[in-house]
Design a protein around this ligand. Sequence first.
Ligand code: NAP
Length: 251
Amino acid sequence: MYEFNGKVAIVTGAGSGIGRSVAQLYAQNGAKVVVSDVNDEGGAETVRLIEDAGGEAAYFHADVSNPSDCEALVQFALNRYGRLDFACNNAGIGGESNPTGNYSIEGWNKVININLNGVFYCMRYEIPAMLQNGGGSIVNIASILGQVSFANAPAYVAAKHGVVGLTRNAAVEYAKSNIRVNSIGPAFIKTPLLSVLESDENLMNMIIALHPIGRLGQPEEVAELVMWLSSDKASFVTGSYYAVDGGYLAQ
Ligand code: NAP
């Protein structure tokens, strides 16, 4: 358990998967959580799960590829809870599956807009809000594909490499202002993002075999690291990239 009483967190893409687990764990540890998503039903369900467990949360609809939505999201956190301490910029999509020479321009722009620009837009407004209360901690959800390639996913790989670089840059800029910024690289985690693969047993077995640990990860296994990175226990950790990958990158 961490001592997050009095702290306020924003989680994007919190209506599902990893983001939902992160929101639940922030709340379990005492933070007030702004649950944000474009999936209003999923977001409402996350708030319900948090409240049923005795935590405090509020939902705000924000499309992270829209800068004014990101500005409004941060403003909502300030209006509702008066401060911002933690942000987990997690919203993301997989995008189409095609090699670079066949990838659609629209598909490229969509993935870059959500997975990379969205992280920038969120940090653009989260950082000034955190400076107002003397600091904070930002955790950006990248991927193992922020470090290595994956055929037929050029936009996703480029966006996630970008998130790792953007994280390092912001970390250096705000290290003396008491804002720590880190990124996490999950390997394949069992969430609705992977549902497209579930119908193909052979493909799923091939993906599982890419992980030395012999299984997919669970959202909670990513969320636990978000908690540690957010907490004062990680007070000397900034600009870092941490894999949560069952050994994927170690091969
Ligand atoms: P998920 O279960 O699909 O959840 C993502 C949530 O983000 C969904 O509720 C989705 O809404 C929402 N979203 C989509 N576009 C958005 C936008 N423009 N603005 C705000 N919210 C938006 O996915 P997940 O697996 O938890 O993934 C979370 C993050 O982890 C992503 O950044 C992903 O790239 C990263 N990641 C995942 C894995 C994995 O294997 N699962 C591995 C490495 C990294 P809709 O349901 O309406 O689309």
